[in-house]
Design a protein around this ligand. Sequence first.
Ligand SMILES: [Fe+2]
Length: 243
Amino acid sequence: MLVDIHSHILNGVDDGPESFEMAMEMVRFACETGIRVVVATPHILDNQNEELVISRFRKLSEAIIDEKLPIDLFLGSEINFQFGINEILDTSIGTYRGIGRYFLVETTLTHYPKHFDETLFELQTNGRIPIFAHPERVGPIVGNSDLVEYLVAQGILVQVNSGSLLGMFGKRVHDFAWKLIEKGLVHFIASDAHNMRRRSFNLDAAWNEVYKLYGEETAEKLFCNNPLRMIFSENVESVKPVK
Ligand SMILES: [Fe+2]
C-alpha cells in the first residue's frame, strides 16, 4: 500500500489540475498505481484562499465516495517559507488534517533562505513538526548532505520526491536524493504530483527502486508506515537502510 503525503490534486487552487475532471483523472490514476491514501497539499502563498481550498477538497472527497474509489483523501498544504509561515500555520489548512502538529514547508528552489533553521526550530518549541519538502531539489543544498544532516539533527523531517529518485530532475538531484536515503536522512517519499503529464504519480516505480536496493522493510517505512504515522499525528521513525 502506498501513502502519498505530498500532491497537488485539487483543481484551480495552484499549479495543479486546471479542471475538476482533470483532478478526478489524477485520483483514478493514483488508485491504479496502488496509492490508497493521498493528501492534497496545495501551495499556500498567503492566507487568502483557505475557503476555496476547503470547498475544492470537499467536492473531490464527495466524488471519490460517489465513484467508490479505493482511496482516502486528506487535506494539508505546502507552505512556502518566504510567505508568512506563522499566519498560515494558524489557518485550518496550515497543518496536516488541520490537527496542528506536522506541516510541509518548501523553499524556493534557487536559494536557501536566511533564518530557515532558526524559524523552524522556534516553531518546534511550540509543538509543530516541520517536514522539509524535496530539499534534494533546492540548488544550494544539492550535494551538501552535511546541511541536511544538521537540519535532521535539529528535529526537521525530510520528504524526498519519487521523481528525484527516478532521475526526472537530472543526475545531480537523482544522486543526491539517493545519498540522503543512504545516509538515513529521509523520512518520507512522496509524489509531488501536479498533473497527468510529466509531473504525475510515480510512487510505484520509485517503490520498486527502493525495494530492489534496500528491501521491503525500508520501502514500507518510507512509502507507507511513516506517512501513515505522520497523517495520524503519531511519531515518525528515522529510516537507516541496509543494502
Ligand atoms: Fe509540491
